[in-house]
Design a protein around this ligand. Structure first.
Ligand code: ADP
Length: 396
């Protein structure tokens, strides 16, 4: 059984075709600039990497290019479309309606549309992707896998804000959390690596990429997470501010003469590491600048590390201890210095990083010292595989 995994953004489409017998990736790629000038498909399969530049006016158009690349005689992954047995779609926001993945029916589509208010940038793009895919592949099961689902186990005391309860009842204002497939995957992997049952473990998973979130996984369930109603809360991120005093919103509006949408954009797109360092949202650029002595870059990275450290400490307090801390995603998997900075000073809490073992990028490795009470583990995430596994299970 081969599962096609689709992850649609407003102008992009990422895909992987996975053989579920051996979980091998048969083909993968990315379409960029859908609906804008310069549409481009980068496709990898059969040991080849090709780039196709061709106008793609919408997601359906993009998907047609993807499918024809996947069945191409020269650089394809399968002989024909009949070898695609099911499609798994990443959907960002499932609200409170979805605590697990589901087969997509007309009712499910309506429910996903109902969640669009909560994720106006993401869900409409996911819906476009599903619609396009169902049109082109009408005879295979389609499954929705939600970023929020893993966090639906949070207790009310974690997900309610200190706001009038009525706002939760009327508008669903609460913490939802994101990156759920990643937190689930790496916490499961951590249990396997430690050779223990996840039901016996308290794990803190740090997904540190352009977007960043930290989750307390107690006995296999998410009990708290740093992102909130939207992905803006929590850690400082590439371009998002993370936790701030909510009074700052009105203050900026008054002082800078901005409207609500403009402040929202400032907090989501011009803040975080980019805003603080005045250099870039890419941690590599900021790390380089910091190494050359740039003070704002140094402070931005210190603030980032301190924020993650504070979340680790608070989740240890919340769970009454921790057995493993996991680092994943672009920065978590690759930045040796950031992992070191985050763990520095946590020795008294039983978290001791081994600088030699930590000299690793993008590879599953325990990087704590042998006598560290808490294991520190680097685990490359694999959200596509979680989507494919859920899809295969539901399609059967
Ligand atoms: P997303 O999926 O949220 O876009 P990723 O998980 O791909 O993000 O992470 C991207 C980020 O990871 C980049 O902004 C980059 O700063 C960081 N990153 C990737 N490789 C390295 C590296 N070798 N050193 C430091 N940071 C890195």
């Amino acid at each position: 059984m081969n599962v096609l995994v689709i992850n649609c953004g407003s102008s992009s489409l990422k895909y992987q075709l996975i053989n579920m017998q051996n979980e091998e990736v048969l083909g993968k790629g990315l379409v960029e600039r859908i609906g804008i000038e310069g549409s481009k498909l980068t496709h990898e399969a059969a040991g080849k990497k090709i780039v196709i530049e061709d106008p793609m006016k919408d997601h359906k158009d993009a998907l047609k290019h993807v499918l024809s690349a996947l069945v191409d005689k020269d650089h394809g992954a399968v002989a024909d479309m009949s070898e695609i047995s099911a499609v798994g779609h990443r959907v960002v926001h499932g609200g409170e309606k979805f605590a697990s993945s589901v087969l997509i029916t007309p009712e499910v589509m309506d429910a996903i549309k109902d969640c669009s208010d909560l994720a106006p940038l993401h869900n409409p793009a996911n819906i476009m992707g599903i619609d396009a895919c169902k049109e082109i592949l009408p005879n295979v099961p389609h499954v929705a896998v939600f970023d929020t689902a893993f966090h639906q186990t949070m207790p009310k005391s974690s997900y309610l804000y200190g706001l009038p309860y009525e706002l939760y009842e009327k508008h669903g204002i609460r913490k939802y959390g994101f990156h759920g497939t990643s937190h689930k995957y790496v916490s499961d992997r951590a249990a396997s690596i430690l050779g223990k049952d996840i039901k016996d473990l308290k794990i803190i998973t740090c997904h540190l990429g352009n977007g960043a979130s930290i989750t307390a996984v107690e006995y296999g369930k998410s009990v708290d997470t740093s992102m909130g109603l939207t992905p803006l809360e929590g850690s400082i991120m590439g371009t998002r501010c993370g936790d701030i005093d909510p009074a700052i919103v009105k203050f900026i509006m008054d002082k800078e003469n901005l409207n609500a949408a403009q402040v929202d954009s400032l907090l989501n797109k011009q803040s975080g590491i980019l805003g603080m360092s005045c250099i870039s949202s890419d941690f590599r650029d900021v790390e380089n600048a910091a190494n050359e002595g740039n003070e704002l870059a140094q402070v931005a990275l210190e603030a980032f590390a301190k924020r993650v450290k504070k979340y680790i400490g608070s989740y240890m307090a919340e769970m009454g201890g921790v057995d493993a801390v996991v680092f994943t995603a672009g920065l978590g998997e690759n930045s040796i210095s950031m992992r070191e900075d985050i763990c520095e000073g946590l020795e008294g809490l039983g978290i001791v990083i081994d600088k030699e073992k930590n000299n690793v990028r993008g590879k599953e490795t325990v990087v704590s010292t042998d006598d560290s009470k808490v294991k520190i583990i680097v685990i490359p995430t694999n959200e596509e595989l979680v989507i494919a596994r859920d899809t295969a299970a539901l399609a059967k």
